[in-house]
Design a protein. Structure first.
Length: 500
């Protein structure tokens, strides 16, 4: 087993060798900074151990634009990044909960030994720096220097150039979907600075469906997607969670009773409500909740028999807060009030949570705000934030739920709601909006807006299918929606909602 010193020596030797091989360009590689070598050593060891014990299941990606997509392995994706040209971008598109962060970690491990690789969790490593960034103090420069083990001075951009020289490097940007729109605009300005500075970087952005379709200033050279779970993959999650046959059978009976084992139309077997590992784990949690309280008059099997996406995640959240508030409506209304404390310029809520914001609203049931807020901060629905006393919701899908509720409550007009939803550039946010009763009344314009961005109907149907209850899909529903639909894409979406 090699130790960190040997690993550092190997990276340094590799840098010298690559520099010698790049004589045509005159580029001389620099010695890998010790902080980066140590991080690479730890990451590659951790990945190797995870592969060996089976806890890391390799990802299969698809290349966008292929008529008949051929899966790419993680290794092939890494080889592409190692050969990718500086100044360009690669985008990885996947739903929230598909494993983007784990894929970023894996690609980091597969590339860092051959090319200097920075992996930044934007929400944790960059958000606070974005708030303080100026033209002379770019947030990205400070974050990159931090990973290099250097303290930022008065000229972080100059420091960064001195540290990197002409060395080609990779920047893996993860967690951008957790930023508010104003924060995304700041990030865009940072990336424009990085591009103009010509630091020899190749950027890899991990984004959600919809982001790649908004025609950003710089188009990616390559788009890779993480496909949704197959039925077999979702079944494997359930089988792992319910190892005892009787428990698995009970969970499946519960899923069937709530129409949660409904499958999408199409050749490949995929469940409507288990698109990602997060979805499958969430449904397993709800099945466990129902089983654990069977026979309890105040039990936790309070899910509608034909639930949509917003109801599923709202119920999951409420069950995790059951000791604080006893109803789903009460839990959501309380979190809505907390989110409203952080609305930015009346345009969007900052969904970061803090004790101060929490204590600024009435506690559920008129309880002590301080005690209830401390319980919230320790609950499974939040995770620790970058600053002391702050937290965020446990995952982006829960953020989508509160964001969708805020959008629907703040925009009564369908045109305004459609415009505000479109600004989020996320099919998942649009689906969450459409899954709320007051959002679903605007279903036609929401679908029309998505279609207008050139997204194929087949790519939209899966999201809308999660938002519209089966029980409302009667002849009148299709007659009205198809009459209001304009164009092949819109009609294709509504036709695709017909349940066989």
């Amino acid at each position: 087993m090699r130790n960190p010193t040997h690993f550092l020596s190997a990276l340094s030797l590799l840098a010298v060798t690559l520099g010698a091989c790049s004589g045509a360009t005159g580029t001389v590689k620099r010695k890998t900074p010790e902080a980066m070598a140590d991080r690479c050593y730890a990451t590659t060891r951790a990945r190797a151990a995870a592969v060996a014990d089976g806890s890391h299941q390799p990802f299969a990606l698809l290349r966008s634009g292929d008529a008949a997509p051929v899966p790419w392995t993680e290794q092939q994706a890494a080889e592409h990044l190692l050969a990718a040209k500086p100044g360009a971008e690669t985008w990885v598109i996947a739903r929230g909960g598909s494993g983007k962060s784990k894929l970023a970690w894996s690609l980091d491990a597969l590339t860092c030994g051959q090319r200097l690789t920075f992996r930044i969790d934007v929400g944790l490593d960059l958000r606070a720096k974005l708030e303080l960034a100026t033209a002379s103090q770019p947030a990205l420069a400070r974050a990159l220097l931090e990973q290099l083990g250097k303290r930022a001075g008065e000229d972080p951009a100059g420091q960064l150039r001195d540290e990197l020289g002409d060395t080609p490097w990779l920047l893996l940007l993860d967690g951008t979907d957790e930023l508010t729109q104003s924060e995304r605009r700041r990030l865009t300005a940072e990336l424009e600075w990085l591009e103009k500075a010509e630091f020899n970087q190749h950027i890899v952005r991990f984004e959600r469906p919809g982001m790649v379709d908004v025609k950003p200033q710089r188009q990616p050279d390559l788009v890779l997607t993480l496909p949704d779970l197959t039925c077999a993959e979702a079944d494997a999650v359930l089988a792992r969670r319910f190892a005892e046959p009787t428990a698995l059978a009970a969970a499946r009976t519960w899923l069937t009773a709530h129409k949660l084992d409904r499958k999408r139309a199409g050749e490949a077997c995929r469940y409507v409500h288990m698109s990602t590992h997060r979805d499958a784990e969430m449904l397993a949690d709800l099945a466990e909740d129902a089983r654990a309280t069977a026979g309890d008059a105040a039990g936790l099997d309070d899910l509608p028999l034909d639930p949509v996406r917003s109801e599923l995640y709202a119920t999951w959240l409420a069950h995790r807060l059951h000791g604080i508030t006893s109803t789903t409506d009460g839990a959501l209304a309380w979190l809505d009030r907390i989110a409203a404390q952080g609305v930015i310029d009346k345009r969007e809520p900052d969904l970061r949570l803090s004790v101060n914001r929490c204590e600024g609203v009435a506690a559920p049931g008129g309880g002590d705000a301080g005690g209830v807020c401390r319980r919230l901060m320790l609950s499974p629905v939040v995770r620790k934030g970058e600053a002391s006393g702050t937290a965020t919701l446990a995952n982006r899908t829960l953020m989508d739920l509160l964001l969708a509720r805020w959008l629907v409550h703040s925009q009564n007009d369908c045109a305004l709601l459609t415009s505000a939803t479109g600004e989020m550039a996320s099919l998942e946010v649009a689906a969450m909006v459409a899954s709320l009763p007051d959002g679903r009344r605007c279903l036609n314009p929401l679908v029309a807006a998505i279609c207008s961005r050139g997204i194929p109907a087949d790519d939209i149907v899966g999201f809308v299918d999660q938002a519209v209850p089966v029980v409302v899909r009667d002849p009148a529903f299709f007659a009205i929606t198809l009459e209001r639909a304009h164009g092949t894409c819109e009609r294709g979406v509504f036709t695709g909602l017909q349940v066989k």
